[in-house]
Ligand binder design. Structure first.
Ligand SMILES: Cc1cc2nc3c(=O)[nH]c(=O)nc-3n(C[C@H](O)[C@H](O)[C@H](O)COP(=O)(O)OP(=O)(O)OC[C@H]3O[C@@H](n4cnc5c(N)ncnc54)[C@H](O)[C@@H]3O)c2cc1C
Length: 384
């Protein structure tokens, strides 16, 4: 079995994205503004709820359908970073939430009345070492009291709900660092100004990311997802989905850069001939194409395994790394092909270049993927 590629979904998403051309993204970029109209259009068309089961108002499609949606968005020059999180954060609620929680939230999310776009894991002091996070949730009667800080909580200002990972059992001698963490759904509409403060962080690309502070924030204990102390495991399965989806976005970016570079190389005439006639211009684009195709095949393999019910850690990580490398290589070739024009805002290349650079670092950096492969696939000693 191979993963479905969903040509009809790709076609429909490409048509929707054509309504949001480069000029739309450039305008937002200048003001660091959120692409609300784009996200509204995707929500209305049902593309952000493809993974929500039909019983809760979504289309109940597998991860490969979500990957098709996100790849096409990037391929059209748009930026899924504004809204991709709903697809994978929702999975934690779906797999581990109670029936009452699913009934409360999923139909509302599917209908676009509630946004679950924020995922609070990373902290300033612990970084990639998630088990060392310091945000605590202390149970007092039927309420959790939350204290601490998250960083890089993207889209927090444009989301109603946040999926938060916090420590509910203090770390004791001999305890596994990843035990004692729990996932809690925070309703930010009630929380803001009542123990929750959100501060935007300006970054090299327009990503609506923030830092979030919790100061005795009170959240009903009923908002705990699954069992207390098992949060890290719940988040991990979601992370594989996230890596595969980001990889699909990177493949879409790589295709966009390769298309742009190829057509410019055919048209631009210098020294009386098209620059694309020179091997120095052709070869980097051809190499980027080959690497993009290889990455695309790994994304499909990860999707095939995920859709057939396994949780493919190695393939999800490899897909993410290879696709992020392919998109950045294609971005570099695209800038080089365009010469000085690659740096001009109106070509959109410098914007996409900045946007795709993120995926060397987030949601998981290349070094940590290599460490995972070395340790868990090759059986080498853990290096950290
Ligand atoms: C724009 C943006 C949006 C983000 N959105 C979110 C979000 O919505 N929610 C969320 O929870 N997080 C989010 N993140 C956080 C992101 O997942 C982290 O930045 C990423 O996982 C890296 O963690 P860090 O920044 O703490 O780097 P660190 O962990 O401090 O690492 C710094 C560098 O050291 C390397 N390194 C660390 N340890 C090792 C080791 N043992 N071996 C080799 N190299 C090592 C890393 O590879 C990295 O290159 C976002 C980040 C950015 C920049």
């Amino acid at each position: 079995m191979t993963a479905e590629t969903y040509p009809e979904i790709r076609d429909a998403v490409a048509k929707l994205c054509a309504r949001f051309p480069g000029s739309y993204w450039r305008g937002l970029d200048r003001d660091m503004a959120y692409p609300q109209a784009f996200v509204d259009a995707l929500t209305e068309a049902g593309w952000l709820s493809v993974l929500i089961p039909e019983a809760y108002g979504g289309s109940g499609l597998p991860l490969s359908a979500a990957a098709a949606v996100l790849e096409e968005m990037q391929r059209a020059g748009c930026n899924g970073g504004a809204c991709h999180a709903q697809m994978y954060t929702m999975g934690t609620l779906l797999r581990h939430g109670s029936e009452a929680q699913k009934q409360t939230y999923l139909p509302q999310i599917a209908a676009g009345r509630l946004r679950l776009q924020a995922f609070g894991v990373t902290e300033p002091t612990s970084g990639t070492d998630t088990g060392a996070l310091k945000t605590t949730a202390r149970l007092e009667g039927d309420t959790y009291i939350i204290n601490g800080q998250k960083i890089w909580t993207s889209r927090a200002e444009h989301s109603d709900l946040m999926l938060l990972l916090a420590r509910t059992t203090p770390l004791r001698e001999g305890m596994k660092k990843t035990d004692g963490l729990s996932v809690i759904l925070v309703d930010m509409r009630q929380a803001r100004g009542n123990g929750l403060t959100i501060r935007p962080i300006r970054t090299m690309m327009n990503h609506a990311t923030t830092e979030v502070f919790f100061d005795n924030l009170r959240v009903p204990a009923a908002n705990l997802i699954g069992e207390e102390g098992r949060g890290f495991r719940y988040i991990l399965t979601g992370m594989n989905a996230e890596r595969i989806l980001i990889a699909a976005e990177c493949v879409g970016d790589a295709k966009w850069f390769i298309d742009k570079a190829t057509s410019y190389a055919k048209d631009r005439v210098v020294f009386g001939r098209a620059i694309g006639q020179n091997q120095g211009i052709q070869f980097p684009i051809a190499r980027a194409y080959a690497n993009m195709r290889a990455a695309e095949l790994m994304v499909r393999e990860a999707l095939r395994l995920y859709d057939s019910g396994s949780n493919p850690g190695a393939e999800a990580n490899m897909a993410k790394m290879l696709a992020a490398d392919a998109s950045f290589e294609a971005a570099n070739a695209c800038i080089q092909t365009h010469g000085g024009f690659g740096f001009a805002e109106e070509y959109d290349i410098e914007r996409k270049f900045r946007e795709t650079r993120l995926y060397q670092v987030a949601p998981i950096s290349t070094n940590l993927i290599l460490s995972y492969l070395a340790e868990h696939v090759l059986g080498l000693p853990r290096s950290y």
